[in-house]
Design a protein. Structure first.
Length: 458
């Protein structure tokens, strides 16, 4: 599967890449297909069925809102987060959808957007089925999509039980699926990991476009942190979780504050908290590689930019390209979906990506980078996903602070070695995949196990 770094770092809205961003893209793709096939004028009614994790935690993750907006033609990267509630409230008030902004139809959410809590479609836990009917109630089209993590979607026809979801025919000069293959390419061609990634990215864009695109994504990450550091109050959803980033910033910048050796960790935690509080509030974030783990990489990149003396834009580009390479390895070898792998599929992967990216930006060898990525995941293996009330708040927000700090520690440990180590990144990814498959479904973004059932919701 040809994956660009821009697939792994995409701009969207919270609170979830798999439950919000992916479903919005799927709904929009469905109505786009209707228009391309000339079927849009015939549509009289639409019905949507949600399955598996999309049903079980869809309400808390805003899946219903995302579906409605996607059917109207909105995109995660284009919609103003401040207008989401207003637009959805309008749809619900008039009981009408304007498909792709071109075809108005009557819509009754209670009977036409169905959550199947006890059913799951084949191939992936995040499944959704779209139906449209004409005026005589004849079904004129049905299509199934899967939201496979990080905002990626695939239709049912592309899915296969024996292959990765969403294979494509895009040709790359340096194709790799394992860390061993990537390191071998680097050795044979005397290239750094970021140079391999840049060569692949040039099949989609010019080098100038790649650099500018990555720095623009970095700017969006910084804006998200800045915004998150200013917002106060209670996060939506009913858990009454208070936003903490603004208060922590005031504490860290208090001139009368007593300095402590742990202050660096507090700053890293602040940057991660700011992003994930914004995500939980439905704000603008960058999937990195998912929304649930969106705070890890920006927090570590802030650590690099603000606390490393010779930090540069080139270091940021190196960081993101290298982190992207690690993300590809997990996408190919396991999954970045918490509904498949548990939270190690989100926060664990983000930690591993950030560790590799930081090590690369600090001048690590390819072997040290692979070691950093391995350390980052090895100590997240088996991490469950058990969001209370199906909201990306507890334990998700704090979990990003832990992932960011682990990533920095992993990079530092790897830089102290020569790159040789006993457990390889490929072995860790294989273990992650096996662990995820063996893990009970109640611990994989269903809110049926762990903290989600052992902590009262209110």
């Amino acid at each position: 599967m040809a994956i660009s770094v821009f697939h792994l770092f995409s701009i969207g809205i919270g609170p979830s890449s798999s439950h919000t961003v992916g479903p919005m893209r799927a709904a929009r793709q469905f109505v786009s297909n209707l228009e391309k096939e000339g079927l849009l004028p015939q549509v009289h009614r639409v019905k949507i069925d949600l399955y598996g994790s999309l049903a079980l935690t869809g309400k808390g993750h805003g899946t219903d809102l995302a579906i409605l907006l996607g059917l109207e033609g909105e995109t995660p990267e284009g919609i103003d987060p401040n207008l989401v509630q207003t637009k959805v409230e309008h749809i619900r008030a008039i009981h009408q959808l304007n498909l792709f902004g071109k075809k108005a139809i009557e819509f009754h959410e209670s009977t036409e957007l169905i959550f199947h809590y006890d059913k799951q479609l084949p191939f992936h836990p995040n499944g959704m089925r779209f139906h449209v009917f004409d005026a005589e109630e004849k079904e004129i089209k049905v299509e199934v999509f899967y939201s496979v993590g990080g905002g990626f979607i695939v239709d049912h026809a592309s899915a296969s039980a024996d292959a990765h979801l969403g294979e494509n025919a895009h040709q790359l000069p340096f194709s790799f699926k394992t860390a061993d293959e990537l390191l071998d390419i680097c050795r044979k061609n005397q290239l750094k990991i970021e140079e391999v990634m840049m060569a692949n990215e040039l099949t989609w864009r010019t080098e100038k476009e790649v650099r500018e695109g990555l720095l623009n994504i970095w700017q969006v990450m910084k804006t998200c942190v800045d915004r998150g550091c200013l917002q106060e109050g209670i996060l939506p959803g009913g858990l009454n979780v208070r936003r903490r980033a603004a208060g922590l910033l005031r504490s860290l910048t208090d001139p009368n504050r007593k300095k402590t050796p742990a202050e660096v960790m507090e700053w890293v935690s602040l940057w991660a908290l700011a992003v994930n509080e914004e995500n939980a509030a439905g704000g603008r974030v960058v999937t990195a590689p998912t929304n649930g783990a969106a705070g890890v990489i920006p927090a570590v990149m802030h650590y690099y930019e603000k606390l490393i003396e010779d930090a540069s834009d080139q270091g940021i580009v190196t960081f993101m390209l290298t982190a992207g390479a690690m993300g590809i390895l997990y996408k190919e070898g396991a999954s970045i979906s918490a509904a498949e792998m548990g939270c190690m599929g989100e926060v664990g992967v983000a930690c591993s990506m950030a560790a590799a990216g930081l090590a690369a930006a600090l001048g690590a060898t390819n072997e040290q980078i692979e070691n950093a990525a391995e350390i980052g995941m090895e100590h997240n293996l088996g991490l469950t996903c058990d969001p209370i009330k199906g909201l990306v708040q507890i334990p998700c927000i704090e979990r990003n602070t832990m992932g960011a700090i682990k990533a920095i520690n992993a990079a530092m440990l790897a830089l102290q070695g020569d790159g040789s180590h006993r457990v390889s990144l490929d072995q860790v990814i294989a273990t992650m995949r096996q662990t995820g498959h063996d893990m009970q479904d109640i611990y994989k973004e269903t809110s049926l196990g762990g903290l989600a059932v052992n902590v009262p919701e209110c």
